[in-house]
Write a protein that binds this ligand. Structure first.
Ligand code: MD3
Ligand code: FE
Length: 216
């Protein structure tokens, strides 16, 4: 199915289900965008974006950092959540109140009450950066949803099935979109196609994605 090419103002407020328990809330983060940007700048100053290495030895094209009690990391030894930033040895910066409030509101809007994220992974994509198909299964409580917020350049999100080889659907994610993934959709394979070089009016040549999780 083709995605209708709507103007942003026509998409905002739409709710699109991607699966039985996953929902796109178009433009849900837009009222908070002004508050999110300075919080990202402060986070970046305390815990810079960096390119981590996967257990397979590949350097990720996406740069990442974290805030909250736990942060997601990878190196040659594997994927894990840790309380310390491996680059600085300090705890990850606290999760800004505006981040946590947005995540809770979005989860509630999708029917997941009492979402209490303790981890916020922040991914930064530049043109050409991508994320290969994977599952997120390092979180302790897989009953809790994941909430993702997209800012900046548009990305094509890949939403597959429970096996790596299942055909993946392509969904555009725009500046301000929030997605909530839970329940039976929580372990589906997903990824992001290489970003096109199509600068965003406010963020320029980058896409920032937050994923909020109950990891510990
Ligand atoms: C579906 N990030 O960081 S967010 C990731 O746009 C990740 O940066 C992508 O996948 C990004 O792990 C996609 C959407 C997302 C996040 C977690 C999920 C979708 C998910 C967990 C389960 C199912
Ligand atoms: Fe993921």
């Amino acid at each position: 199915m083709n995605t209708p090419d709507l103007f942003a103002h026509e998409r905002i407020g739409q709710r699109e289900s991607l699966g039985p328990q996953s929902l796109v809330l178009r433009g849900f983060a837009l009222p908070h965008a002004e508050a999110l940007l300075p919080a990202i700048a402060a986070l970046e100053a305390a815990a810079p974006f960096r390119h981590m290495v996967t257990p397979g030895g590949f350097t990720m094209s996406v740069a990442l950092t974290n805030c909250g009690r736990l942060g997601w990391t990878t190196d040659r030894r594997g994927y894990r959540y840790s309380t310390f930033d491996p680059d600085s040895g300090r705890p990850w910066p606290a999760m800004p109140g505006v981040f946590a409030a947005l995540a809770r509101e979005a989860a509630a809007a999708a029917g997941f009450d009492d979402f209490q994220p303790d981890a916020c992974l922040v991914n930064r994509y530049v043109p050409g950066a991508k994320m290969s198909l994977h599952q997120d299964r390092n979180e302790r409580d897989l009953a809790a949803p994941v909430v993702s917020v997209s800012l900046g350049m548009t990305a094509t999100f890949l939403f597959g099935g429970h096996a790596r080889t299942d055909k993946a659907e392509r969904i555009p994610l725009y500046h301000g979109d929030v997605v909530v993934w839970g329940g039976v959709d929580r372990l589906r394979f997903h990824g992001v196609l290489p970003l096109k070089d199509d600068p965003h009016p406010e963020l320029g040549r980058q896409r920032i994605n937050f994923t909020f999780r109950q990891a510990g």
